[in-house]
Design a protein. Structure first.
Length: 101
C-alpha cells in the first residue's frame, strides 16, 4: 500500500476546529501531528494588527501519513467543511512508513 504525507496549514484561530474535525475523520485513522508556527506570505486579510506589523501570522501545521487512496476524499471533505483560502495543503510521497513493534 502506498502512503502520502498530507500537510495542512491554517490560522491558529481555525486550528481547534480543524483538529476536532480530523480526530473524527474516517479518512485519518492513523493519527497526526500538529505544530504551532508562523506563516509568512502576502495575504494578511485575516491577520490581527499585531500580526500585520510583525509580518507573520500564528498558524497551526498538521502532518499526517495516510494511504494515498484516502487523500482525495479527505481533501474534498475539508473543502466542503472549511471553504477558506487560509487553509492550505500540500502532499509529499512517502518512501516507507511503519513502526518498531
Amino acid at each position: 500500500m502506498s502512503h502520502v504525507k498530507l500537510n495542512l496549514s491554517c490560522p491558529a484561530a481555525l486550528g481547534d476546529q480543524l483538529v476536532e474535525y480530523l480526530l473524527e475523520s474516517e479518512w485519518l485513522n492513523g493519527g497526526f501531528t500538529s505544530l504551532p508556527g508562523y506563516g509568512h506570505g502576502g495575504d494578511f486579510s485575516g491577520a490581527t494588527l499585531a500580526e500585520k506589523v510583525r509580518g507573520r501570522v500564528h498558524v497551526l501545521t498538521i502532518m499526517a501519513i495516510l494511504p494515498s487512496r484516502n487523500v482525495a476524499p479527505l481533501l474534498e471533505a475539508l473543502k466542503q467543511r472549511f471553504p477558506s483560502p487560509h487553509l492550505v495543503y500540500w502532499t509529499e510521497p512517502v518512501a516507507d512508513f511503519g513502526d518498531f513493534t
